[in-house]
Design a protein around this ligand. Structure first.
Ligand code: NDP
Length: 311
């Protein structure tokens, strides 16, 4: 194989972590390829206004922010291909990364494939996404001042999202599909004791209603079959996240929930392979933290190559 065919780094993923890693490695003069996936941009592509990303005093839409990051990476010569990675082989040197049938070779790799929020999977949810339905209270809670909100889920995320939303919302109803919560007892107590929060047990969403924006939620009781309609201008789905690590599970260590384990800084269990963003971080899950992790992973990849070249 001709050396010129080998990248210094290949970045997998095109959310804030991936593009930031690209900006740093290409500015650092590394020959960088970013494999962006078939639908580039990550979770921010389904977000409307982003007001908490520093530098945009009037806010910016999620898709605009991602486009700016992409163009910034291209400006420094990050090569971007909108292809999805299907296989990797991190035991080989150079590393092998296969996307849409083509094998790419690289000395290092930054995995920034993110995590996918779990959704209920009903048509009205997709249609009203970003129009009253959200998966992130920290991102969107501010838009729901004095509104009536439902939160779907019974885990720590649902409790945390609900408690956060009490700062803005008029009322919050948590829809729980069973007659008990999965959340830790301390989070349960906090939510149960909050005057703005109430619970609807054994309850599932039948349909979200509203033409342009969410206006209400049709619910059904799992035990009795009784149906009801709640007036709500906001719905937060908090039924868990799934890290996008399926293709890596044979090659690097994952934790019990499937998130990538970082061994030292951003380094994974495979040599020369680094992880950035929600693919290893189930705690913060913010665009700004993902971007920060992308920067860290890029610096670690550069240092790894410097040390290797110094051998
Ligand atoms: P969890 O998997 O813990 O909980 C998911 C919740 O959503 C469960 O109550 C589950 O119900 C419910 N659910 C799943 N699918 C559906 C569905 N289709 N319809 C309705 N309800 C559904 O996920 P979390 O995101 O809450 O938490 C993930 C991890 O992160 C946990 O380990 C948690 O402890 C941790 N975490 C910790 C926080 C903290 O300590 N501050 C904050 C946030 C998360 P069921 O119980 O019936 O399965």
């Amino acid at each position: 194989m001709d050396q010129k065919d080998i990248y210094d780094t290949i970045i997998i993923g095109s959310g804030p972590a991936g593009y930031t890693a690209g900006i740093y490695t290409s500015r650092g003069n590394l020959k960088t390829l970013l494999l962006a996936g078939d639908v580039p941009g990550g979770q921010l592509m389904i977000t409307t206004d982003v007001e908490n990303y520093p530098g945009f005093k009037k806010g910016i839409t999620g898709p605009d922010l991602m486009l700016q990051m992409r163009e910034q990476a291209i400006r420094f010569n990050t090569e971007i291909i909108d292809a999805s990675v299907t296989h990797v082989n991190f035991k080989k040197s150079p590393l092998e990364i296969i996307a849409d049938g083509t094998t790419y070779y690289s000395k290092t790799c930054v995995i920034a494939t993110g995590a996918s929020a779990q959704w209920l999977g009903i048509e009205s949810e997709t249609r009203l996404m970003g129009k009253g339905i959200s998966g992130c209270a920290t991102c969107d809670g501010f838009f729901f001042k004095e509104k009536n909100i439902v939160v779907v889920g019974g885990g720590d995320s649902a409790m945390e999202e609900s408690l956060f939303l009490t700062k803005f919302a008029k009322s919050i109803k948590i829809l729980v599909r069973r007659d008990k919560l999965r959340a830790s007892s301390i989070m349960q107590e906090r939510a149960k004791n909050h005057p703005k929060i109430s619970f609807l047990w054994n309850t599932k969403v039948k349909e979200f209603i509203g033409k342009e924006r969410l206006e209400g939620v049709e619910i059904v009781n799992n035990k009795t079959g009784k149906e009801d309609t709640i007036i709500a201008q906001g719905a937060f789905i908090a039924i868990g996240h799934k890290p996008n690590t399926e293709i890596f599970k044979e090659h690097i260590e994952l934790d019990e929930r499937g998130y990538i384990k970082r061994i030292l800084n951003t380094q994974t269990s495979a040599k020369g392979v680094f992880a950035a963003g929600d693919v290893h971080d189930h705690r913060y899950r913010q665009a700004i933290t993902a971007a920060g992790y992308g920067c860290e992973a890029a610096i670690d990849a550069m240092k790894y190559l410097e040390e290797k070249n110094g051998d």
